[in-house]
Write a new protein. Structure first.
Length: 119
């Protein structure tokens, strides 16, 4: 039992962090609840249309092998080489609209790249 408790304590997630970036003048991107542990990580990406025109957005994440995204919500994931593309379930964000894309992955955490352009 002590070994199991020690393993659980060792695998405890690191503290969550929040980072705000702006990939383009059309969107505000915020990384919420980034949690990292020894064999993986979880994060939530918030994308908000801050412009006055509808926009499309997509996310590219390049997790070093053998890491992979194992679960994603509010988006469709496709893999091309070492890049996983997340396409939001809402293809066009009207002005003021935001979407949250949570995901869980194995491997090292790498900040995502978010692309946002007028629809």
């Amino acid at each position: 039992m002590a070994g199991l408790l020690a393993a659980l304590a060792f695998a405890a997630p690191a503290a969550a962090q929040t980072t705000t970036t702006s990939p383009a003048p059309h969107c505000e991107v915020e990384l919420l609840s980034v949690v990292v542990w020894s064999s993986g990580h979880a994060a939530t990406i918030r994308i908000k249309n801050v412009s006055d025109v509808p926009v499309t957005a997509h996310v590219a994440i390049q997790i070093p092998p053998p890491g992979v995204i194992v679960q994603v919500w509010n988006a469709t994931a496709t893999v091309s080489g070492t890049t996983t593309w997340l396409r939001p379930s809402v293809p066009v964000l009207p002005p003021g609209r935001e979407i949250y894309i949570p995901y869980v992955a194995t491997g090292q955490y790498v900040p995502p790249n978010v692309f946002c352009q007028p629809a």
